[in-house]
Design a protein around this ligand. Structure first.
Ligand code: FAD
Length: 401
């Protein structure tokens, strides 16, 4: 499938992977490990930083905890894959090029788009200007510095989803001198079984987190959060964890995207409008039997592996197989000494079974620490990455393309 050059030798097939998050790194290492003896395929991984961002731990970074230095170029060493550090500023889906840092142009034959998502600060006035986020190590580091300087005062965590819960718990545990308020439309842990939810709530109470559910933020001000209905809550710091949004690059490139800007894929994870583009992780709208997948690391890594395997099949002239994934758990940290793990059905609905306390802490840590060693194993033994729950009857899509 290599492009024929004038000299008669086949130019390598250029696979460019955008974003070295959980999904993009899985795609890169899976593909690189499988083509390392081949000269007809060239793999390039592009990412803003050389250091792998453990996004699952950014609430720890936000409270001053040091994370391991995980080097993406070192991970790729020996595979023949190239790492390119830079900020992707445009994709030209017709010319099949990617623009990096505005001045470099990188051509591709196949593109894997895995630029992830960030907190959606665009929906509420003032959030962009006055709220902190956990979008990157730098953002989390800025929050850590601010919290360390604060001494006393109120931290409002806006968004009662699991990122908000984990962040509020971590801040309250690390900074008992601060008043932590967790607010949002839903009760914290709303998607969990009632017993897991009650456990989570008791842990937040024990840590002194004040929970305000059933409220909506109308505006973020420099020193307060204004709620719909007129109430205002004084805040020295606001952390925004409510909702996510994706990079506008895919939509700007003319790729078919859903209402949230995510690339709509076919069953094999190819863009429905541009089949030479694969979309993985949070940036993709991937339909399963139970609906469109929501962004998680547990589902993101398999999408990366599957995209790599689909590309290999396409290079051999074979049809790619449909991607299937079923959720199996929701592990939630509640500070460093407590956690709750909700086991789920493949459609992410909660089962009755759960873990709490010490065993949940150990389980959560094992899960959070697992991606990097998993990449290391895949590098030596690519087949080891191909195991994940397919979801059985929950993930059978009728009329899959
Ligand atoms: C605090 C927190 C806790 C979480 N906990 C869990 C959890 O327990 N379990 C779970 O399953 N999920 C959890 N999530 C969600 C999970 O982190 C995401 O679903 C996951 O990171 C998505 O992986 P991804 O590869 O799609 O994107 P990311 O991991 O976000 O990676 C995207 C990569 O692309 C890079 N990038 C983005 N734009 C550009 C650009 N223009 N140019 C160059 N590089 C770019 C980024 O720097 C990053 O390296 C958590 C999220 C947060 C914030």
């Amino acid at each position: 499938m290599g492009t024929r050059q004038k000299t008669g030798t086949a130019a390598p097939h250029r696979v460019v992977i955008l974003g070295a998050g959980y999904a993009g790194t899985a795609a890169a290492i899976q593909l690189a490990a499988r083509v390392k003896q081949r000269e007809d395929v060239q793999v390039t991984l592009v990412n803003a930083q050389e250091r792998f961002t453990e996004r699952l731990r950014l609430h720890m970074t936000a409270t001053g905890q040091q994370l391991a230095e995980l080097s993406i170029p070192e991970l790729l060493e020996g595979t023949g894959a190239r790492f390119l550090r830079g900020w992707v500023t445009a994709v030209d889906a017709d010319a099949k090029t990617v623009r990096i840092d505005d001045d470099r142009v990188l051509p591709y034959d196949t593109l894997v788009y895995g630029l992830g998502s960030v907190a959606d600060t665009a929906t509420v006035p003032g959030a962009e200007d006055h709220a902190y986020t956990l979008n990157s190590t730098q953002d989390a580091g800025m929050l850590a510095a601010r919290l360390a300087r604060l001494g006393s005062g109120t931290v409002v965590v806006a968004g009662s989803g699991l990122t908000g819960v984990e962040s509020a718990a971590e801040i309250a545990e690390r900074h008992p001198e601060l008043d932590v308020v967790l607010l949002g439309r839903q009760e914290p842990g709303a998607a969990l079984h009632r017993k897991a939810r009650a456990y989570l709530r008791a842990a937040l109470d024990r840590l002194g987190v004040r929970v305000r559910s059933g409220v909506e933020v109308a505006k973020v001000l420099p020193d307060a959060v204004a709620l719909v209905g007129g109430e205002s809550i004084a805040a020295d710091v606001v952390l925004w964890t409510s909702g996510t949004r994706v990079s506008p690059l895919a939509a700007a490139a003319g790729l078919t995207v859903d209402g949230r800007g995510r690339i709509v894929t076919d069953a094999a994870l190819r863009s429905v409008s541009h089949p030479e583009v694969y979309a993985v992780g949070d940036a993709a709208a991937i339909r399963q039997g139970y609906g469109v997948m929501h962004g998680t690391c547990q589902g993101g890594m398999p999408t990366g592996v599957h995209a790599a395997l689909s590309i290999l099949r396409a290079l051999k002239g074979k049809q790619p197989t449909p991607f299937r994934f079923g959720y199996y758990h929701t592990p939630v940290s509640l500070g460093r000494h407590d956690a709750v793990v909700q086991f789920t059905r493949p459609d992410d609905s909660p089962r009755r079974i759960r873990l709490t306390g010490h065993w949940a802490v150990r389980y959560k840590e094992a899960v959070t620490a697992s991606p990097w060693p998993t990449y290391g194993r895949m590098k030596k033994m690519p087949a080891s990455g191909a195991f994940w729950p397919r979801g059985g009857r929950f993930t059978r899509v009728r009329n899959a393309r």
